[in-house]
Design a protein around this ligand. Structure first.
Ligand code: ATP
Ligand code: MG
Length: 404
């Protein structure tokens, strides 16, 4: 049993001791059965939110209307949610009504997939009314109930399906695949931020190529924001990148759009459509640009100096993802950085005043160009970062070129 689950059982125990039922539910149970690390633990309980808040000293009402209270116990946060069912999804986004229930079975019935609808009790016993454990054993993804109905209630579940297929290497039930294809247009009702966040998780999945194939096979891409407006894009190229070598969401999103040949202004438009934050938008744009500009260049002193180790390594990983290089030589890039004579322009041994004195010239636009040339020469190692050496270099190489 993983430690996180053992810890969570203390929370179950407290709820039990006060006369409530409580179970670990959702991803934590699923992942522990799959033998992969559990990151956060969700708890379902018969206790009402006020009762949960009264029992634990440190709580935050994060979704009280839906029955969710965040409980902090021994420095770990748990989402504790009252057993509930959901009715009506007229806007295809939110249930019209959330009803608190008194049984775990009813709570499990509202969940999306059988593998996510298993509860684990205090003594390690399972409540598994939909055969989730059997599906985990057979690595099968099935909805709880009819797939089409469940996708109509909340179309985001279609993207969650693709995400779980890619994350956990699951074989989707034929009924689920058919429902994806039949109901795909309902993705149009999902808030673009939710689509984006689900796709972000999906792109970091271990078997992302598998998920991408599922998207293609069911033509889900035809309804995805931005991509739906660009029938000219070859979505089959989306898996021409090996996303598993990439380390950040920025790298993965860059690879995704580069694979589809979406760059420059089109890339900016795509990122805006997905409502990325300005910070994320800039990061993806500049990484994609750096990749395109330097796809054939080796990381050298100039690139490491200009862009920094992290950005150069990100470009190297992109190159590897697209099969342009065999390995990312991180140590070599770091060695280049360590040996750089200067960290930035301010570290230069000379400044504009020195130049003016040496060349007996008035200040002007020539100075900026000259300083840039000196900076480049020092970074490249053409000249030592030392006033005398630089003066000599300026007289030999630079002075003849400076226009008066
Ligand atoms: P992970 O946290 O690894 O992304 P998870 O399965 O825990 O995966 P969450 O989004 O944290 O996913 O949701 C917790 C649980 O809530 C799920 O396991 C599932 O039972 C239920 N759930 C989440 N989203 C939905 C949904 N859109 N429809 C139905 N049930 C859902
Ligand atoms: Mg979770």
């Amino acid at each position: 049993m993983q430690d996180v689950l053992e810890q969570a059982k203390e929370v179950l125990q407290i709820l039990h001791d006060n006369g409530h039922e409580a179970y670990i539910v959702g991803g934590a149970v699923r992942d522990s059965l799959l033998g992969i690390p559990v990151h956060d633990v969700d708890i379902a309980t018969s206790a009402k939110p006020e009762e949960v808040m009264a029992l634990f000293p440190r709580t935050f009402p994060i979704g009280i209307r839906h029955g969710t209270v965040l409980v902090r116990h021994r420095h770990i946060d748990y989402e504790v949610t009252t057993f509930r069912s959901e009715y009506g999804y007229r806007d295809r986004r939110h249930p019209d009504r959330v009803v608190f229930e008194d049984s775990i079975e009813k709570d499990l019935a509202r969940r999306d997939f059988t593998i996510n609808a298993i509860a684990m009790g205090l003594n390690g016993e399972y409540v598994d009314p939909f055969g989730g454990r059997e599906d985990i054993r057979r690595r099968r993804l099935r909805t709880v109930g009819r797939a089409r109905e469940r996708f109509r209630e909340d179309p985001l579940r279609m993207l969650r399906a693709v995400r779980f297929i890619g994350q956990l290497d699951l074989e989707p039930d034929p009924e689920l695949v058919e429902a994806l294809q039949e109901e795909r247009r309902l993705i149009g009702y999902v808030a673009v931020e939710r689509i984006r966040d689900e796709m972000t998780k999906f792109l970091s999945a271990k078997w992302v190529a598998r998920g991408l194939k599922m998207i293609r096979a069911t033509r889900l891409h035809e309804v995805l924001p931005y991509i739906k407006e660009r029938p000219d894009l070859a979505f089959e190229k989306a898996d021409s990148a090996d996303y598993t070598v990439l380390e950040t969401d920025v790298e993965r999103w860059s690879a995704f759009w580069l694979a589809l040949d979406v760059r420059d202004q089109a890339l900016e438009a795509a990122l805006r459509t997905y409502r990325f934050s300005n910070k994320a938008l800039k990061a993806v744009l500049s990484l994609a640009r750096a990749f395109v500009a330097r796809r054939i260049r080796e990381p050298d002193r100039e690139t490491v100096y200009r862009y920094g180790v992290d950005a150069v390594l990100a470009v190297e990983r992109l190159k590897k993802a697209f099969g342009l290089i065999e390995t990312v030589d991180e140590a070599a890039v770091r060695a280049i950085a360590d040996r750089l004579p200067i960290g930035n322009r301010k570290d230069l041994a000379v400044d504009g005043h020195d130049l003016q004195r040496w060349l007996a010239k008035e200040g002007g636009p020539w100075m900026r160009e000259a300083m840039e040339a000196i900076e480049r020469a020092v970074v490249r190692g053409d000249v030592e970062n030392e006033p005398k050496a630089i003066r000599k270099w300026v007289n030999t190489w630079l002075a003849p070129k400076i226009k008066s």
